[in-house]
Write a protein that binds this ligand. Sequence first.
Ligand code: SF4
Ligand code: SF4
Length: 427
Amino acid sequence: MFRLSMKRRDGGEFSLNWDVANGRLTDSTGKRLHLPDGFAYAEPAVFCPAPATWPGDTARKIRRVEKLRIQLGLKCNYACAYCMQALDRDSDIRQRIDDADAFLANLNQWLEGEPREIEFWGGEPLVYWKILKPLGEALRQRFPDATFRIITNGSLMDAGKVEWLDRLGFMVSISHDGPGQHLRGPDPLDDPDTRDAILLLWRSIGRRFSFLSVLSMASYSPAALVRFFIDRTGDDTIPVAMEGMVTPHDVNGMMHAPMTEAEHRQIRRILFDEFRMPAVFSRSLVFSSLTAMIQSLAKGLPSHARGQSCGMDRPGILAVTLDGQVLVCQNVNQDKVIGSVHDFDSIRLTHSTSWHHRSECHACPVLASCGGSCMMVEGWERRVACDSAFSLGLARLALLLNVLTGAELVRIEGERIRFPGIARVDF
Ligand code: SF4
Ligand code: SF4
C-alpha cells in the first residue's frame, strides 16, 4: 500500500491510498475515487493469476494462438543507436521464400483456430518484401478476420506497398522518433517521394496509421514530438503513439537513457506537464495508457492478474520464424530460441524472468502501467531500464491522479518503494 500526497491548485493538501496488489485507489476515508464520465466500477470479480515465468519454472505456450508474431529476419536498412536487435543481427536466421511456403503448408499441423492478430516483424519487415507479399496474401485468405499489424521505419514505402497494406487491412506504425530521429538514421520524411508515400498511407488507411516513437535523452518532450509530426506532415490530426522510454539492452542503449536523479526528475516533470496539453492529451501517446489505467481501476484488476506489458509471457502469444523456431519474442533471434512448433509441447519460455519473480516490481507503485519492463534484461541494464520505466510510470500515474482529482502528485510514501531502504519518492 502506498500513500500518495496530493496538492490542489489552491495549495490545499490531501492524501490518497494506492493499493496496487488489489487495484484500489481510495481517499483517506477508504472510499474509491469517482471515475470520469464513461467509466464505472464493475462488480467485484475473481481474476485468474497471470502466468509467471523464471528460469527455474519456465512457462509454456499453447497451440490456440491468440497473437502470432512472425519474425521474417533481422535484416534492416537502418542502424538505430539503441536497437536491441543489433546484438543478434550477425546470427540472424536466414529466411527464404521457400520457408514461407513451408510455413504456410505446415500451419495446420501446430496451429489451432484462427489467431485474433498476426504481426509481421523484421528487422525492417519491408526489406523482406519478396517474402512478405505472398505470405501476407496467403494468411489474409486463410484468416480473413485477423487483425494484421506491421511496424516499419517507412523508408521503403511506395504507392504499391500502400495499396497492398490498405487492401490487406493492415494497421501500420511508422517507427520514427521525431526530434530524436537522428538516433535511428535518416528521416524518411526528408525524401519527397517517401514522404508522399507515407502521407498517402495515412490518407488511405486513416486511423489504422500512426507514427510510433521511443523516448530517449535525445527526445523526451511529448509536445515537441507531436509538433514535429504536425509540422512535417502539415496535418494537425496526425496520429502519434509512443512505445515508451528507451530500454537499454547493451551499453549503446544505456547511452541514450536518463542516468542521474536530476535527469529523471526533469523528464517526469516535462512528461506530466506536456501530457496535459490538449494537442498531446488527445493522442494515443497519452490516451491509450490513461484509458487502460482507468479501465484497470474500474475492474479492480489485482496485480496477480497482470502479465508483462509486452505480452510475451502469455501462453497464447507466440513469436515464430518461418522455419518454425519459436523465440522469446520478435526482437531476438538465434540465441533466444525457446523451442520449435514441430515439437510444440516442449516449448519453454527460457531466457526470461517475468515481473512476478522480481521483488522490486512487487513493491512498485507504477506496476499497473509499466508491467515489469523487458523480462530478458538483467544486471546493470535492467536497473537502468527499470529507472526509465519508473519515471515514465510516475508521470502516467501523476496524470491519472490529476484527471481523477484535479490535483498534482507531490510524493509517494510506502514501506518499500521498489528497492529496500527507499520509503519515499518525491515527484
Ligand atoms: S518500474 Fe521497475 S520495479 Fe516498477 S514495475 Fe517497472 S520494472 Fe518493475
Ligand atoms: S521480451 Fe517483451 S519487452 Fe523484451 S524485447 Fe521482447 S517484446 Fe520487448
